[in-house]
Design a protein around this ligand. Structure first.
Ligand SMILES: *[C@@H]1O[C@H](CO)[C@@H](O)[C@H](O)[C@H]1NC(C)=O
Ligand SMILES: *[C@@H]1O[C@H](CO)[C@@H](O)[C@H](O)[C@H]1NC(C)=O
Ligand SMILES: *[C@@H]1O[C@H](CO)[C@@H](O)[C@H](O)[C@H]1NC(C)=O
Ligand SMILES: *[C@@H]1O[C@H](CO)[C@@H](O)[C@H](O)[C@H]1NC(C)=O
Length: 392
């Protein structure tokens, strides 16, 4: 082999290897270190209901601050302290984004969103500061787990780590009904979910040949401000143990798959017997399921329902003694330990298993992903899972 061929091969290897991008995520400590307000929890539930196509429940609390005409500015999603963010630039302007496999739009606040700017303290997009921004001012509206948003559709260049995505379709939000710790959302779901009728971010990365393989993955971490990472273009086998177990996506809208069962280890309690539909959602903090299954699951853990918050509470000192939760997927078992699934809130501890009335499927959120590495294979439409390694 002559030198030119070797150099060519070498540069090819370097080039290809350079196409797997590791994008660091951060985890924000909550701004308001206090027990969640009941009405915020209802707001969170309603937003989640809307995200998954359910009619919101009536807000009945007459004591809530919202009914006194005050804008509720904290959102429980933020308060749960289990969301993961990354910094991006849109038309050269910086934003903190939530990367959400449970939606498919990319949006940031516009300069017309007074609530976003003054109440929430979020950063906004200034159209006149970007030379690459385009818009036909087509309106859109979206319901998210964190609230409702509306505005106009446009496109601009997006910088994400060392990647530059040209003319990403984006929603510029002028109205929002809740605040979040992040400025905007980067949807990692499939095209049919896009409300702005834009090509999703990851589809753009594939089309613009920015990633080696049409695969991205999440390695989320618990307990520190380092949130872990989102890997674009493949997987990093140093971040998980053993091999990935694959399960097919059964509907390419959300990342929908078949879960075989959910079990409280050692308690003989099994939910979703015979299999059920589940959605892998990095944009939801908790695991959300049908009301009866969630009740039985929490009972078997030993958690008590607290009607003030509509959450299942455990004694904080009991965490090390609580059982492990087992999820059966593709004939394998995946675990969630109590150190991960109990959310500690000063002196209040609640489980990460919550219901949504009328829900017939399961939403598998960060409570699961913080302990299990998940690969999202866009082209082959499958999800790969392995126990996450505790590395940085
Ligand atoms: C947007 O940017 C322009 C040009 O830099 C500036 O004059 C204007 O004040 C900015 N608008 C807002 C709302 O900050
Ligand atoms: C927000 O955008 C929508 C859609 O373009 C528009 O109908 C509405 O008037 C805008 N509201 C504000 C406050 O800018
Ligand atoms: C994979 O993860 C390991 C462990 O954190 C890290 O040292 C390595 O640089 C990563 N590889 C890539 C290609 O990001
Ligand atoms: C729910 O928990 C809070 C905080 O521990 C407590 O003040 C409240 O009384 C509880 N509500 C019920 C109905 O047990």
């Amino acid at each position: 082999m002559n030198l030119r061929v070797i150099i060519l091969l070498l540069s090819l290897v370097v080039f290809v290897a350079g196409k797997v991008h590791r994008f660091r995520l951060q985890r924000r400590s909550h701004r308001h270190h206090k027990v969640p307000q009941a009405h915020q929890h209802l707001q969170f539930r309603n937003a989640l209901r809307r995200k998954y196509g359910f009619t919101p429940l009536r807000i009945k609390t007459s004591q809530s601050r919202a009914s006194k005409g005050e804008v509720v500015s904290e959102n429980l999603i933020d308060a749960y302290n289990t969301n993961f963010f990354g910094e991006v630039s849109v038309g050269g302007q910086p934003f903190t984004m939530l990367f959400d496999t449970g939606s498919s739009d990319f949006w940031v606040p516009s300069s017309h969103c007074q609530v976003c700017i003054t109440k929430c303290g979020n950063r906004f997009f200034n159209e006149s500061k970007s030379k690459t921004f385009h818009t036909k001012r087509v309106p859109f509206s979206i319901q998210y787990g964190s609230g409702a948003v509306q505005g106009i559709v446009g496109s601009d260049d997006v910088g994400l780590g060392d990647l530059k995505i040209r003319q990403q379709g984006l929603g510029l939000v002028n109205i929002t009904d809740s605040c979040d710790a992040f400025d905007g959302i980067g949807g990692m779901g499939f095209p049919p979910l896009s409300e702005t009728r834009s090509k999703p971010l990851f589809q753009q990365m594939i089309d613009q040949k920015l990633v080696e393989q049409p695969i991205f993955s999440f390695h989320l971490k618990s307990g520190s401000s380092d949130g872990g990472s989102m890997i674009l273009g493949g997987s990093n086998s140093s971040l998980y143990y053993g091999y990935l177990t694959y399960t097919n996506v059964i509907e390419a809208t959300y990342w929908t798959f078949k879960m075989d069962f959910i079990e409280v280890h050692g308690k003989g309690l099994r939910g979703c017997v015979g299999g059920c539909k589940a959605i892998m959602d990095t944009g939801t903090s908790l695991i959300v399921g049908p009301a009866l299954d969630i009740l039985l699951l929490n009972n078997a853990i030993g958690a008590r329902h607290n009607s003030t918050y509509d959450l299942y509470i455990v004694d904080c000192s009991s965490i090390p003694k609580l059982p492990t939760i087992v999820l059966g997927i593709a004939n394998k078992k995946f675990y969630i330990t109590p150190q991960t699934y109990v959310i500690v809130f000063e002196d209040m501890c609640f489980t990460g298993f919550n219901d949504l009335r009328g829900l017939t499927f399961w939403i598998i959120g960060d409570v699961f992903i913080r302990e299990n590495y998940v690969e999202f294979d866009w082209a082959r439409k499958r999800i790969g899972i392995a126990r996450a390694a505790e590395v940085d």
